[in-house]
Write a protein that binds this ligand. Structure first.
Ligand code: ZN
Length: 451
C-alpha cells in the first residue's frame, strides 16, 4: 500500500529514490555539521545526551518512534557522563508485516581532537566540498547519510514494506559495552526485531566490510626477588625475565605469525596475517619521569634502588579466521612454560583481559548482495569486499545479538579517522546515502513487489 497522502510517482523507482536523496544534499551537509559541533569526546564520554537528542528529536518529527536508552550500570556510565543511546524506528505505512527491518547503527562518540589541526575540530566547517571536524569521517558523516537515506525513502512516495531503524550509540571507541553491547543484550540487534544491520563506518563508498579479525588481550606477569640495586646478584629481576619472554616474541613468534596468512580480504593487506603487539610493559618502580638539576640532584620524584620483583605486559594478539582462540592462547602458554623449564627462576601468571572471535558475514547474505547492487547502480562500478584488521561494534551484534547479517558500509576514508584535519567529502556522503537508501528499499522487501 502506498502512503495515502503521497501518490506513487511514475518511472523507475530507483531513480525516484536517488533523486529524493540528491534533493537533500544541503540537509545532509547541515546534519553532519550539527553532529560534529557536539563534542562527544570519549573518553570521558562528553555530551552524549545532547547528541542523542539531536538525532531523536529530528527523527521523531519525521514520524519515527524514538527511544532513549541509558546504559545504567554499564562500564563508564555515571550521572556526570551518562551513556545515552538513541534508537528510532519507522514502520512502513500499514505496518512492518511482510517486510524486513534494516537497522543503521552509528556510534556518536569521537576520539579527542589532539594537536595539529588547521580547522576548528568541532566547527564543522564546509571548505572545498568537504566537512571538517573530529568525527566528520568516523563516523558522524556516515550516521547523517543513514538518516538522510531513511528519510528520503520514507518521503519518496514509493511503496515500501518492513521497517527502518537508526541508532546512535555510545562508546564504540572504548569497546561499545554501554552502546551496541548494552542494546544487543536487550534484543535490539536480534531477530525477529531486525534482519539486516548496516554500520556506516568510514570504509569508502565502494567497499563493503564483511567482518574483522579476532582479538585476544592477555596480561603476562613475571615475578622476581627484590634486592638492593647496587647488588643485583642478590636478587632476581622480574624485568629480565620479561625481557626474555619479549625476546622470544620478537625472534620466534612474530616471524611465525607473519607466515600465517588468511583468505579473508583484510585491508590493509599488511593485516592479512596474524599479528601481536605488546601494548604496554611496566616493571619495578611505578612509571614516572625523573629529572635533575645542573648539579645532578633530583628535582622531582626520587628513584628507588631496587631490583624489580614484578613486571607486567599486556599483549594484543589479533588472530585470523583460520585460527581458534584456544590455539592462540596455547601458543603463548607453551612459550611461557618452556621458559619456566629452561630459565632459572622464571615464573609467570597469565590473565585474560578481553577476547572477540573473528566475524565473517556470509558473502551471499542479502545485506551484502543488496548493498553491492546499490553501489554498482549509484557509482557505476563493482564494489570490493573487505575485512577489518580491528574489531568494531559488529562484534556485539554477532556475539550477543546472534545476527550475522551485518556489514560495515559508509562514506569517508578510514586513514583520516582519528587524524588532525579529519574530513569527509560531501560527494561521498551523498553517494553513500543513495546506496543506503536503495539497499534499504530492496532489503525491506519492497523492491520485489513495488514499482
Ligand atoms: Zn568508527
Amino acid at each position: 500500500m502506498a502512503h495515502p497522502s503521497v501518490p506513487v510517482p511514475p518511472g523507475d523507482p530507483v531513480d525516484t529514490l536517488l533523486a529524493n536523496v540528491a534533493a537533500r544534499r544541503d540537509e545532509l551537509v547541515a546534519l553532519t555539521q550539527a553532529l560534529v559541533r557536539i563534542p562527544t569526546v570519549n573518553p570521558p564520554g562528553d555530551a552524549y545526551e545532547a547528541c542523542a537528542r539531536l538525532l531523536g528529536e529530528r527523527l521523531a518529527a519525521r514520524g519515527f518512534a524514538v527511544e532513549y536508552v541509558r546504559a545504567h550500570g554499564a562500564p563508564g556510565d555515571s550521572d556526570a557522563h551518562p551513556r545515552v543511546n538513541v534508537v528510532a524506528r519507522l514502520e512502513a505505512p500499514g505496518g512492518s508485516a511482510g517486510g524486513d527491518c534494516v537497522h543503521f547503527n552509528g556510534h556518536i562518540d569521537v576520539v579527542e581532537a589532539g594537536a595539529g589541526w588547521t580547522q576548528d575540530p568541532f566547527g564543522g566547517a564546509l571548505v572545498g566540498g568537504r566537512v571538517y571536524g573530529r568525527g566528520s569521517c568516523d563516523m558522524k558523516g556516515g550516521l547523517a547519510a543513514a538518516v538522510i537515506a531513511a528519510e528520503a525513502l520514507a518521503a519518496s512516495g514509493l511503496r515500501w514494506r518492513g521497517a527502518v531503524e537508526i541508532s546512535g550509540t555510545v562508546d564504540e571507541e572504548s569497546g561499545g559495552y554501554a552502546g551496541v553491547g548494552y542494546l544487543a543484550e536487550r534484543g535490539y540487534f536480534s531477530r525477529p526485531r531486525v534482519q539486516h544491520v548496516i554500520i556506516p563506518e568510514p570504509l569508502g563508498v565502494d567497499r563493503i566490510c564483511v567482518g574483522h579479525r579476532g582479538v585476544w588481550w592477555g596480561e603476562v606477569a613475571t615475578r622476581g626477588r627484590i634486592a638492593h640495586g647496587s647488588m643485583p646478584f642478590l636478587g632476581d629481576s622480574a624485568i629480565a625475565h620479561m625481557a626474555a619472554f619479549l625476546h622470544r616474541i620478537e625472534s620466534e613468534l612474530q616471524p611465525r605469525l607473519a607466515q600465517r596468512r588468511t583468505a579473508e580480504p583484510v585491508e590493509p593487506p599488511g593485516a592479512r596475517v596474524s599479528t601481536l603487539n605488546v601494548n604496554s610493559v611496566h616493571g619495578g618502580q611505578p612509571d614516572q619521569a625523573f629529572s635533575s638539576d645542573a648539579q645532578g640532584r633530583p628535582t622531582g620524584e626520587l628513584p628507588a634502588p631496587v631490583v624489580a620483583d614484578r613486571c607486567r605486559a599486556v599483549i594484543d594478539r589479533r588472530f585470523i579466521a583460520e585460527e581458534t582462540l584456544a590455539e592462540v592462547k596455547a601458543e603463548i602458554v607453551a612459550m611461557l612454560d618452556e621458559l619456566r623449564q629452561t630459565r632459572a627462576g622464571f615464573d609467570y601468571e597469565l590473565r585474560d583481559i578481553m577476547s572477540f572471535l573473528p566475524t565473517a558475514t556470509p558473502r551471499d547474505a542479502p545485506v551484502v548482495l543488496a548493498t553491492a547492487r546499490a553501489i554498482a547502480r549509484v557509482l557505476g562500478r563493482e564494489p570490493r569486499l573487505i575485512a577489518s584488521p580491528g574489531t568494531y561494534d559488529q562484534k556485539h551484534i554477532v556475539r550477543t545479538g546472534r545476527l550475522d547479517q551485518c556489514i560495515a558500509y559508509g562514506p569517508g576514508i578510514l586513514e583520516l579517522a582519528h587524524q588532525p584535519d579529519e574530513h569527509v567529502e560531501v560527494d561521498d556522503l551523498l553517494h553513500a546515502a543513495q546506496v543506503m537508501a536503495v539497499a534499504a528499499w530492496e532489503l525491506t522487501g519492497s523492491a520485489a513487489g513495488a514499482g
